[in-house]
Design a protein around this ligand. Structure first.
Ligand code: MGD
Ligand code: MGD
Ligand code: SF4
Ligand code: MO
Length: 691
């Protein structure tokens, strides 16, 4: 039996675990126990405990495959697959001479930092395009834009361990103990120490009930009304003089303009818009206003809206208003979702930035990357590339001819799947995954990737902590590590700059050209079992626990943005009377490729469901577990009804994990104008009995 210490591949908490393997197969998982460092403090959630179950699953892709003219998959050698792809990419580039937006790449928050670095390098140096993006677009792109504008850095400001020292915890749009269970555990620990918990979530999530039972507040506002709620709370704080004038005066700007806007949102008005009783808004404001420190946590309930950036800026406004930034146990803490979504962003798998958020349209920075990569700066793409949803639209319009998808399943994870399917069918599609996915089924070529257990590298967790991923077994079948596969295609296309021998060579290059990662070297990561938190500008720097220390914001001064309330794009009407919200459950992960192949997880929740309130169900004569149709302007699905008190009348909720009842057939692709994140949390729907 071999034991390999590594980092969990499900969520962004970054828990440390042991993979146990026998004869080249991973057979068990255990948490890394104290005194060794583990953000989960010696614990794992149920997904961590069962992470070994998908690794050697018989469904793993083990050979490259090309679709023949009859639509059948044919196993081919690596050589043949790589030739086929590189010839096709080259041909498309030649035929569209000079068009830098003709091919696109989707990088992966499941893959390592090194692999994401290699993918964006490939896009920019070989395909000569900035068309590279990944699932952060559907997740925290509003965070990157919103916190970037308010503070100068788009990452979680503080660290997980600080939660237990918070006097007040404000949880808005994060189902923390289902989606980040070991961060949720810290919230519970803080509650035991006497912290006051305020939860704002349209659904009755477990922590909302706990807040009410423990001298806190639960507010169940209407989906998409967070700006009104937050402005209402800030209105009371200013009205009752509970704001931190000293902090604002010294460290922030644009306060007066912001204040004028906030003063319009009286708690009475906020109550009318949100449906939250006025007294609760006032009480929440007093708890935050009088508390010494408030740790604010948010996630998809804030970001996945057509006004996601406005929502994010409002959370930043609130925390600056009370001086809750730049100190221990405070801050604005967007919980990053995927194991390495923070890292994929840091590595520049985004259409507008290279590594470390260095802009692609800055000539000096371009020059730095051109010389590091040994390419001609004049041939580089000067303009920002297309985002995920823009690539889909461009494909649909015939403007994007090929898409290279690594470790993503856009057919199930992007909104309005019928539109996505049509668009993908028009492209030359390469999918590189560990399993056959609905997206892979549409591909022209499939490349089998090695999973996290079969390769070395690093992941960056939600708290900006870079940790090691270690190889427990050899790649399954003929699969290869993602960075190696991309390197082979690049080489065939005439670029040898991605010819690395090991993953640590890639990190050395990242260190060299990325100021925030400069000091996070492979050698130091081996020595520091707790990893290192960026920014870490040099090899003597200890890393950064919390950002904007003492009010010294990354952008200089913190910026108060005046935000007025705008509702969601599609609201219920007579024909589509319900608000449909989508999200997750504890037991499954995203499009289910891994969690539905995990026996423990799948036995617990084997099929999709729609949560509907008992009141609505009675009115429509719908019974528990009855199959119903959910219909929106984009499409319809059949799904089992789950009657619950968790959603209020008028609201329904569907987790998006289940292919046979895919939530994204229904969702609306309306985008935030700046972050281009889709409105996955609100659209209008109807429910029908099937008989
Ligand atoms: N088990 C499990 N864990 C996961 C994942 C998974 O798929 N499964 N995915 C990971 C990823 S990538 C991510 S991004 C995170 C996501 O983690 P979360 O954001 O916590 O999860 P969601 O279920 O998408 O939505 C969070 C909450 O937002 C609420 N909400 C909906 N609309 C609104 C609104 O208008 N305002 C407010 N304030 N709240 C609203 C929902 O009721 C829900 O409780 O989870 C990560 N962890
Ligand atoms: N309706 C609705 N839709 C949503 C959301 C929502 O709340 N509601 N949330 C959005 C959010 S926050 C996110 S993050 C996205 C997630 O969207 P996606 O990233 O598209 O979803 P995943 O299922 O995580 O896809 C990851 C893929 O990577 C594969 N994989 C795992 N490990 C490796 C590896 O090492 N190499 C390679 N090459 N492949 C690997 C998995 O098998 C899987 O197919 O979904 C978004 N979509
Ligand atoms: S909390 Fe996240 S990182 Fe920790 S074990 Fe669970 S899924 Fe893995
Ligand atoms: Mo996410």
């Amino acid at each position: 039996m071999n034991k390999t210490k590594t980092t969990c591949v499900y969520c962004g908490t970054g828990c440390q675990l042991w993979l146990k393997s026998i004869n080249g197969k991973v057979v068990d998982t255990k948490p890394v126990m104290p005194p060794s460092f583990n953000p989960g403090r010696g614990k794992l959630c149920i997904k961590g405990w069962s992470v070994h179950e998908f690794i050697n699953h018989p469904d793993r892709l083990t050979n490259p495959m090309i679709k023949d003219i009859n639509g059948q998959w044919e196993n081919v050698s690596w050589g043949k697959a790589i030739d086929y792809i590189s010839d096709k990419f080259k041909k498309i580039m030649e035929e569209n001479n000079g068009n830098k937006k003709i091919i696109g790449c989707l990088s992966s928050a499941k893959c390592t930092n090194e692999e994401n670095y290699v993918m964006q390098n490939f896009a920019r140096a070989v395909l000569k395009t900035n068309n590279v993006d990944h699932c952060a677009r559907l997740c925290h792109s509003s965070t990157v834009v919103g916190l970037g504008a308010s503070f100068g850095s788009g990452a979680m400001t503080n660290s997980i361990e600080e939660i237990v020292d918070a006097e007040v915890i404000f949880l808005i749009g994060s189902n923390t103990n289902e989606q980040h269970p070991l961060i949720g555990a810290r919230v519970l620990e803080a509650l035991r120490k006497g912290a006051r918990l305020i939860v704002a979530d349209p659904r009755v999530i477990p922590l909302a009930e706990l807040a009410e039972d423990n001298n806190g507040i639960a507010m169940h506002h209407r989906p998409g009304t967070d700006v009104a709620l937050l402005n209402g709370i800030m209105n009371v704080i200013i009205q009752e003089n509970m704001h931190d004038e000293q902090f604002i005066g010294k460290h922030c700007e644009n306060f007066d303009v912001f204040k004028e806007e906030v003063m319009k949102m009286t708690p009475q008005r906020a109550s009318l818009i949100t449906g939250v009783p006025e007294e609760k808004i006032i009480e929440a404001a007093r708890i935050i206003g009088k508390g010494k420190n408030t740790y604010l946590i948010y996630s998809m309930g804030i970001t996945q809206h057509s006004n996601g950036v406005d929502n994010v800026k409002s959370t930043a406004n609130l925390q600056m208003l009370c001086g809750n930034v730049g100190r221990w146990a405070t801050g604005v803490n967007p919980l990053r979702g995927q194991n390495n979504v923070q890292g994929a962003c840091d590595m520049g798998a985004l259409p507008n930035v290279f590594t470390g958020y260095q802009p692609v349209n800055n000539k000096e920075i371009q020059q730095k990357f051109a010389s590091e990569w040994g390419i001609d700066q004049d041939e580089m793409d000067d303009e920002t590339g297309l985002t995920v949803m823009e690539m889909i639209d461009a494909a649909d319009q015939g403007e994007l001819k090929a898409l290279y998808v690594m470790g993503e399943n856009p057919l199930m994870s992007d909104p309005d799947s019928n539109h996505v399917r049509e668009a993908l069918q028009k492209t030359f599609l390469v999918v590189q995954d560990i399993f056959m996915t609905p997206t892979a089924e549409l591909a022209d070529v499939i490349l089998p990737a090695a999973s996290f257990a079969e390769k070395e590298g690093t992941f960056t967790s939600t708290e900006r902590r870079v940790q090691i991923v270690r190889k427990a077994i050899e790649p399954v079948g003929n699969s290869k590590a993602d960075w190696q596969i991309i390197g082979l295609i690049a080489e065939k296309m005439g670029y040898s700059g991605l010819n690395y021998q090991k993953s640590s060579e890639i990190l050395a290059e990242i260190n060299h050209i990325t100021p925030i990662y400069c000091g996070i070297t492979w050698e130091r990561l081996q020595e520091n079992e707790a990893g290192l938190q960026w920014p870490c500008p040099n090899i003597n720097h200890p890393g950064t626990v919390y950002l904007h220390k003492d009010g010294n914001f990354s952008r200089g001064k913190g910026y108060f943005s005046p935000i007025s309330f705008k509702g969601p794009v599609e609201l219920p009407d007579d024909e589509f009377p319900f608000v449909l919200s989508t999200g997750r459950t504890l037991w499954h992960f995203h499009t289910g490729t891994m969690s539905r192949r995990s026996k423990t997880l799948n036995e617990r929740v084997p099929e999709g469901y729609v949560e509907i309130s008992k009141v609505d169900a009675d009115r429509l004569y719908i019974k528990e577990k009855e199959m119903v149709k959910v219909i929106t302007r984009r499409g319809e699905i059949s799904i089992k009804a789950r009657l619950t008190h968790k959603v209020s009348p008028g609201l329904i909720f569907i987790p998006f994990h289940f292919e046979e009842a895919a939530a994204n057939i229904l969702t609306n692709a309306a985008l935030d104008p700046i972050a281009k994140i889709p409105e996955l949390k609100v659209c209008a729907a109807q429910i029908k009995k099937i008989q």
